[in-house]
Write a protein that binds this ligand. Sequence first.
Ligand SMILES: Cc1cc2nc3c(=O)[nH]c(=O)nc-3n(C[C@H](O)[C@H](O)[C@H](O)COP(=O)(O)OP(=O)(O)OC[C@H]3O[C@@H](n4cnc5c(N)ncnc54)[C@H](O)[C@@H]3O)c2cc1C
Length: 191
Amino acid sequence: MTTNPDVIVIGGGPAGSTVSTLLAQQGVTVQLFERERFPRFHIGESLIPETYWVLKRLNMLPKMQHSPFVKKFSVQFVSASGKNSAPFYFWDNKPHECSQTWQVVRSEFDQLMLNNAREHGVEVHEGVRVHDVLFEGDRAVGVSIKDEHGPLREVRARGSTTTGRRFRRKENIRSRCTMGSPPRRRQRPFV
Ligand SMILES: Cc1cc2nc3c(=O)[nH]c(=O)nc-3n(C[C@H](O)[C@H](O)[C@H](O)COP(=O)(O)OP(=O)(O)OC[C@H]3O[C@@H](n4cnc5c(N)ncnc54)[C@H](O)[C@@H]3O)c2cc1C
């Protein structure tokens, strides 16, 4: 395992794999910790056309286009009384390739996204749970983690170094600490 990555990402769902891939594309070293082993069941299968643009940035479009996921061209709403609306065709709103999206199987989609993050250089660790976020003053500087068998141990990000500060200013990237036990002091946004 790399010591002191630039950024630590907690969770390998679409949010975690997206942010870590985008960072890796900028030359940032990323370690991602996911408590489950993929593929794992997850709810939330219906993509919308505008996801096209982020999938494009992630270099995921060819994988989606060659996937067996059901292609989706429109939506239809059903009222509480069972009445169907007219179909809403995405192409009518925006005549562009992005108007075809997909109905995914999340276990498979999330695995594709996580593997894509790996292909971009993200160091992914499955079966590793983040137990706590480590703070120095009001800055999050690392996490304590535990895999299925090992003891609790700490991983520190390089975020507290000058490099980390410079990166945050340059890219204006802000994310929020969302997992782990409440920090001993105030919880603040961190990179
Ligand atoms: C009923 C329902 C229907 C939905 N339908 C849709 C839909 O049709 N279309 C759609 O786009 N969205 C839908 N959603 C929303 C969608 O499921 C979420 O927006 C999406 O999963 C969020 O992705 P995420 O990466 O933020 O979180 P998740 O996909 O939940 O990923 C978080 C990951 O973090 C891991 N993790 C959590 N804690 C830790 C820890 N301490 N250490 C290490 N790893 C950890 C988890 O194992 C998980 O893999 C639906 C949600 C619900 C509840």
